[in-house]
Design a protein around this ligand. Sequence first.
Ligand code: GTP
Ligand code: MG
Length: 208
Amino acid sequence: MKVLSVQLEKRCRSPEEFPRSRLPEVAFSGRSNVGKSSLINALLNRKGMVKVSSSPGKTRTIDFFSINDALRFVDLPGYGYAEVPKAMQEGWKFLVESYLENRRNLAAVVWILDIRRDVSDRDWMLWEWLHARSIRCIPVCTKADKFSFAQRKKGEAAVRASLGEGMNPICFSSRTGLGKDSLWREIHRALASWKTEGELASQDDTGP
Ligand code: GTP
Ligand code: MG
């Protein structure tokens, strides 16, 4: 997709603030500091569009970016950063779950892992939570530039083995642009099927 315009549409601290118009959305989720904001910047070819953290746990709001006035990217706060006070973590959990649970705009969640780390319990919890609700998931292993080609293949294979048949994570690097085209392809697929599902649902609404 040619990214012609990107705007930070809204930074939300509570579900009431989520934008109302019905554009399709792709959300980005993963543990704190995994590289969510950097990945969004890389996809959009905008270096400073989304704030990248110098310290983990930086993104504390749900941030909606409008792209070409045709879709939104949604930067979710990261999970699993132990230094964040418990009450605050609970607040984020509520915010993120409210978003994921009820959002009809949601076409897919990009589920982001660090290629150098094992898939954590929190990652699996999210994966299972999304699957239980039939929310489309796009697995991505980021920071691939930190690995040599051989290490990368090994890391990717380990994630693939734990995800099971047919789930191929996309190896990504915000630094080198590796995986950008593949991820955009998956995003386009998700948007196309979101549209089809929406059309079927509206036919159902008007049916006999
Ligand atoms: P929170 O919002 O705090 O949860 O962090 P985040 O997941 O949005 O991560 P962010 O994009 O802010 O990146 C965290 C750190 O990882 C920064 O220092 C980035 O420069 C670095 N980083 C992100 N992606 C990559 C990557 O692909 N390669 C390398 N080498 N570093 C990366
Ligand atoms: Mg962030």
